[in-house]
Unconditional design. Sequence first.
Length: 336
Amino acid sequence: MDSEIINLELIDNTQLWSRESETHIEIVEEIKKQVENLVFDLETKKGIDECKSVAFKISKTKTFIDNEGKEFVSKIKEQAKIIDNKRKYIRDELDALKDKVREPVTKLEHAEKQRISFIESTRLQMKTLSNYDWSDNAAAVQERIEKVSKIMLDTNIFQDEYKNVFNERNEALLKLENIKITLEANEAAAAELEKIKRENERLRQEAETQERIKQAEEKARKDAEAKAKREKEEAIEAERKKTAAAEAIRDKAAEAEKLKAKAEREKQEAIEAEAKARQADSEHRRKINIESLGDMEILLFTNETTQEMREATREILKVIISGIAKNRIRNINIQY
């Protein structure tokens, strides 16, 4: 079999890749026609090699045609790039030329926009200044009037709108003047009202002062009369108390003698009772101490304890019990 499925040199690239051409279909169909009746003996090495060879030729043909197509596309892209560069040059140059030719008109239009914007901002400024603010006073409105008066109207700028804007400025000034007149009248009325209030307040305070003086004088007179009456009553009461006090002193002296004698008796009785109580407590404590000593001896002494050891130990135990009773040994006490 030939080394190629078809003769690749006969392929015309221009015709193959043409939009209307069906050459690509014809090539594929020709290849299919050449291989569709081939039969390979796959039981032999030769048959297997032939099958592989045909498949390789098909792949080689595919690669060749595909590479041709890539090269053709690359040339088209390069041509497109050249065309795009030329288109850009034409656009940039003619845009620049258009802007240069139109520049005088563009400047006129820009100047007109600025003129119209200035007119609108001037109108807005006058409208804002002429709007009444309830926090304004006459002085603040006068400042607004001065600002509106300083707005200059140039006929070269305002042109056809000059008359309208001029009238608007006059209307704003008239409106502000009327507001100022009203505020000045209100402020004058408020000032007069405040003056009347202050005078009324002064008269009220003066009347209150006179009333307080009168009341103070009346109170002083009544206080003096009450004081004289009180002092007289107090003198009478003092004399009565003096007499009663003398009698009370005598009564108290007699009562004191009785109480003194009673206190002496009760004191003696208390001393005797206390002595008896101490004696009883001492006897009780002595009994408890003897019992504690006896219990301790029972715990300590045995039949082998000599009389001499008993006597010596008993003396030590007595000292210990005495120390406990007098709270000289911490954390140990005797329940009496």
